[in-house]
Design a protein around this ligand. Structure first.
Ligand code: ADP
Length: 226
């Protein structure tokens, strides 16, 4: 089966001046196959943001290789890495990071225009996604006029608007109360399953992690199957 993401022997150390070195990732290996949803379980400070940033081509490892869709991106030119990031990878964070001065639908249209999609097509796609998370009645609301769960549902749609192959999510429901988190997370999983995309989702929440295909845990710089 095709690997959408492969990390091979990825290492990262933060150097704060000798001898204060923090080895966050130590020869980490991870494969996420096409259509697979993998949970990344790690206590705070264990290095999950570092791992997600490296997997999402936002940071470089000291050592090792990152393949996206079977293409080695480790030493690719910045322009190519940016293109892959824009077209093939969707990001979701704990906080929505929507543009506050734009409405929900505009937040979904803008990344498509940046990718060269025609305005009418972009509007259609944006509304289709809002319908899929039951937010068609909030399309013309700004983020400040939405609840936390609604903001996060728009952020999910934005991550998917350019149909990425890989979704990287860092505690996507970590900022919500437990009932809303479960409801919103199930919507996210429905979207992911419907599109067949692959996902690596960091969470502390054991109940949520059970909805994924498998889990890996980050312990002392190493990834272990749970
Ligand atoms: P998590 O997302 O699991 O909370 P991080 O990946 O953010 O963990 O950080 C892992 C460890 O590396 C922490 O001890 C953190 O303090 C340290 N760290 C993260 N970023 C930097 C940096 N830019 N410089 C130095 N240390 C860092």
């Amino acid at each position: 089966m095709t690997d959408i993401l492969a990390l091979n022997n990825v290492s990262k150390t933060y150097k704060l001046g000798q001898p204060n070195q923090i080895s966050v990732l130590d020869k980490v290996n991870l494969k996420v196959r096409k259509g697979e949803v993998v949970g990344l379980i790690a206590p705070s400070g264990a290095g999950k943001s570092t791992l997600l940033h490296i997997a999402g081509l936002l940071d470089n490892p000291d050592d090792g290789q990152i393949k996206i869709n079977n293409v080695d991106h480790t030493n690719l030119h910045d322009r190519k890495r940016t293109k892959t990031r824009r077209q093939d990878i969707g990001f979701i964070y704990q906080f929505h990071h929507l543009l506050p001065e734009f409405t929900a639908i505009e937040n979904l249209i803008l990344p498509q225009l940046a990718d060269g999609v025609k305005t009418s097509n972009a509007m259609h796609r944006a509304m289709e996604l809002l319908v899929s998370v039951n937010l068609e009645n909030r399309a013309y609301h700004r983020p400040a006029e939405l609840s936390g769960g609604e903001q996060q549902r728009v952020a999910f749609c934005r991550a998917m608007v350019n149909s990425p192959k890989l979704l990287l999510a860092d505690e996507p429901t970590g900022n919500l109360d437990p009932d809303t988190a479960m409801h919103v997370f199930k919507l996210l999983m429905q979207l992911v399953r419907k599109t067949g995309m692959s996902a690596l989702i960091a969470t502390h929440n054991y109940e949520l992690s059970k909805l994924m295909d498998r889990q890996v845990a980050l312990q002392k710089g190493q990834l272990v199957e749970v």
